[in-house]
Design a protein around this ligand. Sequence first.
Ligand SMILES: N[C@@H](CCC(=O)N[C@@H](CS)C(=O)NCC(=O)O)C(=O)O
Length: 196
Amino acid sequence: MKTFKLYGFSPSGNCNKVRYVADYLGLDYQWIETDSPNGETRTPEFLATINPAGQVPAVVFTDGRKMAQSNAIMFYLATGSKLIPDDDFALSQMLSWMFWEQYSHEPYLAVRRAMLKFKGKKEDELDPSLLDNGNAALAIMEQELTDKDWFIAGTISLADIALLAYTRTADEGGFALQLYPNVQKWIVRTKTALGI
Ligand SMILES: N[C@@H](CCC(=O)N[C@@H](CS)C(=O)NCC(=O)O)C(=O)O
């Protein structure tokens, strides 16, 4: 059994991804609320004992081992479960979506939301490329979901959970989810499967 402390900020999609997996798998963990926008991940103690990169999510296992990066943590927690396909090619496809999420999706959907929701910015103060690139990411998801319910292997996997985290809150970043009906249906499907 993987037992751990999960340092996370409740509104953060990156942190919630890990929480979704841990809850879905019924893992034994303690959530430690960590106010990242207000510097709680940048204290000398946090940097020295939890994550030298100064970010959440971060986990500390009961044996003292630590891990950061949402998608890596999810992968470790879910290893051996049905959230990761057995087939090597499907597993690599799952990872492909998870890398894409961190490089081509989260930097636009999460950042635009953070600017509006936590940094007090107005729409007209934001870099227009955030909206354009975020919509490009949503359009790719919409296309991918044209003829399937899940991103890979015909069932929910970590790819869906990684992508759900900031897609479900896209409206808070000023994105019009109604333009993406396949994505909207997939959000409901994935939330239902996770029981959230
Ligand atoms: N790539 C990282 C991103 C983590 C991240 O950006 N965490 C934010 C909260 S969502 C944070 O802790 N920011 C505080 C800071 O950088 O000072 C992951 O997926 O875990």
